[in-house]
Design a protein around this ligand. Structure first.
Ligand SMILES: C[S@@+](CC[C@H](N)C(=O)[O-])C[C@H]1O[C@@H](n2cnc3c(N)ncnc32)[C@H](O)[C@@H]1O
Length: 377
């Protein structure tokens, strides 16, 4: 198989997994708990969806009246455009529609809408969904899906991971509310971090245990015929949103620096002083639960801190990685440390990354760190 196809398959494989009803429900209820009217009279767009496979459309259609929605729009991406060897199936729902056309069914995207009681049974629910073919394949970047985005108040989906950056930019350009799934690594993308720092995006309520279990059902191109059917576990996934929820306002329960040094469960903390970076005026805190509550200076904390971030408790100063680091004042490597790291430690050096010095004055680079400061100092 050509390398190109392998790459395509890998990319598509990473994009073809579907969110469980329970995870959608858990997340969405966190916004409802905070504000019961959060979806009232709103038009919700679920792009990158596929009601045959996805629970998003089903969940919102079934809760249409409970949430007081004005309109639900869901679009699906054409089978042929997915470039993954998923079994091609049409549903009775599609086939029984008078406009079903087997010739274009594989190549066009679809739009599903729900806004009134089509079957006149007194309730608006999934049985009232109507669908049409889109002009194109349902790519979220197409003009017709952009138009739907502009019509919507809130955009909710699990977008293709390979296009996360582009997808988030697509939403931000339209200034809409959103709740989308992404990997926590996306926090370190420069443009995503800027949104987080400026309070335009934050993490959602989250998946249980910090990992998502997604429904996957495709035939893997690369291992032709290997039918992977079932669930895949993806660690480090989270929801990204700009809608308020309660957990975001619960401050972390923390100990003082002295208590951490005395009682911490982490051997790196217990009995040691907190270390300082060599190239930035801040202390290194390698575990979120070891953040000292009485420290008034800047602290470098793991990326996973963002899941516990409460804006009333901490201020985000910057990201101690590469260009973002340089932008917030992290000093580049000294010539000596750069050479040592390259020649002796055989590691790459990126200016803007935070580093410390060990007892022999040799550079030690921690994983990516977010720089934070306690509020109200
Ligand atoms: C991670 S899956 C999630 C599906 C569904 N939203 C869910 O969570 O159950 C992402 C979906 O986006 C589709 N997709 C990939 N590229 C797309 C594009 N450019 N425009 C729209 N959808 C796309 C994939 O085919 C896949 O069905």
């Amino acid at each position: 198989m050509a390398n190109d196809n392998l790459k395509k398959a890998k990319k598509a494989k990473n994009d073809e997994f579907y969110t469980q009803w329970a995870d959608i429900e858990k997340e969405i209820m966190a916004y409802i708990d905070y504000n019961p009217d959060v979806f009232r009279d709103k038009t919700i767009l679920l792009p990158c969806d596929d009601p045959e496979w996805s629970n998003f459309t089903k969940f919102f259609a079934q809760n249409f009246e409970t949430f007081g929605l004005k309109k639900l729009i869901s679009t699906s991406y054409a089978y042929e455009s997915k470039k993954v060897n998923m079994p091609y199936q049409t549903s009775l729902f599609e086939e029984q529609a008078p406009h079903f056309d087997p010739d274009i069914n594989k190549i066009r995207g679809k739009i599903f809408t729900l806004d009134h009681d089509t079957n006149k049974n007194g309730v608006i629910d999934i049985d009232d969904l109507e669908w049409q073919y889109l002009e194109g394949d349902g790519d979220f970047r197409s003009d017709e899906v952009k138009k739907l985005r502009d019509e919507a108040d809130i955009i909710i989906t699990n977008p293709p991971f390979s296009l996360f950056r582009e997808f988030l930019a697509w939403i931000i350009n339209s200034d809409k509310k959103f709740i989308i799934i992404g990997h926590q690594n996306a926090i370190t993308y420069r443009e995503v971090f800027q949104l987080i720092k400026n309070n335009k995006c934050w993490l959602g309520n989250g998946f249980k245990g910090g990992a998502g279990h997604f429904i996957s059902n495709y035939i893997d191109y690369a291992t032709a015929g290997n039918h992977i059917d079932g669930m895949i576990r993806v660690s480090g996934v989270n929801w990204f949103t700009n809608i308020e929820h309660g957990r975001r306002h619960q401050p972390l329960k923390l100990m003082t620096m002295a208590d951490n040094i005395k009682h911490s469960k982490h051997k790196e903390i217990k009995g040691h002083e907190y270390r300082k970076y060599f190239n930035y005026d801040a202390i290194e805190v390698p575990f979120t639960d070891a953040i000292p509550k009485d420290y008034i200076g800047v602290m470098g904390v793991p990326i996973t801190f963002m899941d516990k971030y409460c804006p009333e408790q901490f201020e985000i100063i910057g990201l101690g990685i590469a260009t973002s680091g340089l932008e917030c004042g992290v000093q580049p490597y000294t010539e000596e440390h750069r050479n040592y790291r390259k020649n002796v430690q055989k590691r790459g050096t990126v200016d803007g990354d935070l580093y410390m010095l060990d007892d022999n004055n040799h550079p030690v680079v921690p994983y990516g760190r977010i720089l934070i400061k306690k509020r109200g100092n």
